[in-house]
Write a protein that binds this ligand. Structure first.
Ligand code: NAD
Ligand code: ZN
Length: 260
C-alpha cells in the first residue's frame, strides 16, 4: 500500500499513542534547521574539511593537526553556542512533557535537546558534547566558554591549566573510543523500548547506526524520519522522507488530538 506523508504521520501518531516506551535517536539532520550544517549533505562540513585529517589518531600524533582542529573548532563553536532549538527539537520536548517520550539518544554535540527542555538525564550524548573541553592526560573537564576565550585570544592549541596536557573538545572523533556509560545507556534504551524513532541521521556512522537494528531485533517498531534515504530504510515500519520539523510538528498535533 502506498501512503502519502499525511497518512504516514497519522500512522506514526497512532504508534506513539499505543507504545509504552518511545525512544528517539537523532543526528545532525535535526539541527540543520537551527543553522548548524550536517556532515554529509552538499555544503555540509565534510565538503569543506577532510574527515581523515580530524581522526583521533592524527589529533594525538601531531601538534599541527591539533592547531588546525582548534582553529576549525574556534570558528564552529559560536555557530553551535548561538543556535536555538527548532520546531523539531521543540516537538520532541513536547512529546516528553506529554509523557510519550522516554529518552533521546543523540549523535549531536550541540546541546539543543536540552535547550528545548528535555532534562539532562534524558538526553544520552553518545558522541559527547561541544559545550565542554576535556584534558586527554588528566581527565579534567572545563566549560567550553572558558577555553573558547583563550583560543580566541590566540592560545592555539590550548593546554590544560592543571597538568599542561592536551585539551580536546569533549566530542568523540573518528577513531576515538565510544563513551562506555553512554553506549550502555543507549543500548539499554534501544533494547527496552517498543517504538524507536530515528530523526535526521543517515545511519552510516557506527555504532550509532546499529541501535535501530537492536531495537528492531528486540521487538520494537521502527520509524525513520529523514530528508534523504538512510542505510536502514528497509528495516523500518514507517519511513518519512521530509524535513524533521514538518513531520514532527504534524505528528505532535495528531498525538495531541488523539489524546483528547
Ligand atoms: P549525517 O550528516 O551523516 O546525516 C544527516 C542526515 O540528516 C542526512 O541524511 C540528511 O539528509 C538529513 N537531514 C538534513 N537536514 C534535515 C532536515 N531538516 N530534516 C530531516 N533530515 C535532514 O549526520 P549524522 O548521521 O548525524 O552523523 C554525522 C556525525 O556528525 C554525528 O556523529 C554527529 O556527532 C556529528 N555532527 C553533529 C552536529 C550537531 O551536533 N548538530 C552537526 C554536524 C555533525
Ligand atoms: Zn590535564
Amino acid at each position: 500500500m502506498i501512503m502519502d506523508v499525511g497518512d504516514k504521520t497519522d500512522v506514526v501518531a497512532s504508534l506513539i499513542l499505543r507504545a509504552e516506551r518511545v525512544v528517539a535517536l537523532t543526528g545532525a539532520g535535526i539541527s540543520t534547521e537551527s543553522g548548524i550544517p550536517d556532515f554529509r549533505s552538499p555544503g555540509g562540513i565534510w565538503s569543506r574539511y577532510d574527515p581523515d585529517e580530524f581522526s583521533f589518531q592524527r589529533f594525538l600524533a601531531s601538534e599541527t593537526t591539533r592547531r588546525k582542529y582548534w582553529e576549525f573548532s574556534r570558528d564552529f563553536y559560536p555557530v553551535v553556542a548561538n543556535a536555538k532549538p527548532n520546531a523539531a527539537h521543540l516537538a520532541l520536548a513536547e512529546l516528553y512533557r506529554l509523557g510519550k517520550l522516554h529518552c533521546v539518544i543523540t549523535q549531536n554535540v550541540d546541546g539543543l535537546h536540552q535547550k528545548a527542555g528535555i532534562p539532562e538525564d534524558k538526553v544520552i550524548e553518545i558522541h559527547g558534547t561541544l559545550l565542554f573541553v576535556v584534558c586527554l592526560d588528566c581527565g579534567k573537564r572545563y566549560p567550553r566558554d572558558e577555553i573558547q576565550r583563550r583560543v580566541t585570544r590566540g592560545e592555539i592549541p590550548p593546554r590544560c591549566g592543571a597538568c599542561g596536557g592536551i585539551l580536546k573538545p569533549a566530542t568523540i572523533s573518528f577513531g576515538q573510543p565510544m563513551p562506555a556509560r553512554e553506549m550502555r545507556l543507549a543500548e539499554e534504551a534501544a533494547a527496552s523500548c517498543d517504538l524507536f524513532m530515528v530523526v535526521g541521521t543517515s545511519l552510516v556512522v557506527y555504532p550509532a547506526a546499529a541501535l535501530p537494528l537492536l531495537a528492531k531485533r528486540s521487538g520494537a517498531r521502527l520509524v525513520i524520519i529523514n530528508l534523504t534515504p538512510t542505510a536502514h530504510d528497509n528495516y523500518a515500519d514507517v519511513v518519512i522522507h521530509g524535513k524533521a520539523s514538518d513531520a514532527l510538528q504534524k505528528i505532535i498535533t495528531l498525538v495531541k488530538a488523539k489524546m483528547r
